[in-house]
Design a protein around this ligand. Structure first.
Ligand code: TXA
Ligand code: MG
Length: 334
């Protein structure tokens, strides 16, 4: 199917991808069409462990080889200078390319079978643009239907272990900017900096564009508000007093407050552990989004080390509904 230019959805350890032959511009165009993704957003190319980096990237710094050695197969994407001959559409016309070797066994088997392990599979997350990323084959069917005309098949691979997208490190401007973290993920800037022996910095204005870093992204259809634990009881009570339908995700124990139980149409208590939280995050958001609530209320996660990626995704999920909670509560001080 990949050789015929069809899309193949496949599991990875982070989220499910919507794959296409990275050397076929017509196949790449189908990714943008199926996702409704703006054509100026570059794609990540997935490679097998045997693939030749030189086929895809040029001016590859030693730092890239060290990170690949340390973390591939795994949830790390490296931005490098794109090699000549790789279609423009892969990187939406930018001179760089995002590369990653995933560790999910089904992804590895697919990559090894495709052109004897030398092919590249361009794959964004298998969701419609701006939506919550899929962490199961069922989520992909929920996004695109079971029989989408552009999607040849959806490979089954269980639930994605990591649950949020890969960490993205820009090494394409190493000389001038050093290694730059474009998107936080399970692998932290500190772990990456430890391997490189230097500090990984945060992006500046001229850093490459990353759609996963748009202020609004990863968003459920229902409005979502982040509420700190210390305000949670008061906010829930105020919403309940207005008979609002609440879908709740929290990790702190909640005392029973009058009326709140009746207003809470869905409730998930998550573990206060960043890996477990990330693993379940998108599936939980999908469940809460199905509850026909007026508002998804999420207890703001801790801000300790290890929680950066979860907080990053939740902030973007909440962005489009910022102000919604304040409007609902009006003058009520809580
Ligand atoms: O974990 C992941 O990375 C998943 C799985 C399927 O591998 N993929 C994923 O793809 O999250 P996508 O397209 O949803 O997000 C990839 C991000 C986008 O924000 C894109 O802008 C950025 O990577 N990206 C890709 N190539 C780039 C490049 N050459 N320069 C800068 N950013 C790039
Ligand atoms: Mg995505």
């Amino acid at each position: 199917m990949l050789e015929q230019g069809l899309l193949v959805a496949f599991p990875t350890e982070t989220v499910y991808g919507l794959g296409a032959d990275a050397s076929n511009p017509a196949a790449l165009a189908r990714i943008y069409e199926a996702k409704g993704r703006p054509s100026d957003h570059p794609l990540i190319v997935h490679l097998s462990p045997q693939a030749e980096l030189e086929h895809w990237a040029t001016d590859i710094p030693d730092e890239a080889r060290r990170l690949a050695q340390a973390f591939w197969p795994g949830p790390l994407t490296l931005i490098l200078q794109r090699a000549a001959g790789v279609p423009d559409a892969v990187s939406a016309g930018q001179s760089t390319i995002g590369l990653r070797c995933p560790s999910h066994p089904v992804a590895l088997a697919l990559l090894q079978a495709f052109r004897q392990g030398q092919g590249g599979i361009a794959g964004p997350s298998a969701n419609r643009f701006g939506h919550v990323s899929p962490t199961s084959a069922q989520h992909v069917r929920d996004e695109f239907g079971a029989h989408h005309p552009l999607i040849g098949c959806i490979l089954e691979g269980g639930q994605s272990a990591v649950g949020i997208e890969s960490t993205i490190i820009d090494l394409s401007r190493l000389q001038s900017h050093g290694p730059v973290l474009l998107r936080p993920g399970k692998l932290t800037a500190r772990e990456i900096g430890d391997v490189l022996g230097r500090t990984v910095t945060m992006p500046d204005q001229s850093a490459p564009r990353v759609s996963g870093t748009l202020a609004a992204h990863y968003a459920p259809a229902t409005a979502l508000a982040l509420v700190p634990g210390e305000r949670l009881d008061a906010v829930l009570a105020a919403l309940a007093a207005q008979r609002r339908r609440i879908a709740l995700m929290h990790y702190s124990p909640l005392p029973a407050v009058d009326g709140v139980a009746a207003s809470t149409v869905a409730s998930i208590r998550v573990q206060a552990d960043p890996a477990a939280y990330a693993h379940a995050l998108y599936a939980n958001l999908r469940v809460l989004d199905q509850a026909a609530a007026d508002l998804i209320v999420v207890e703001t996660p801790p801000t300790d080390a290890g929680w950066e990626a979860v907080n990053d995704r939740l902030r973007r999920s909440a962005h489009d509904s910022s102000g919604m909670l304040a409007r609902m509560l009006g003058q009520q001080a809580v």
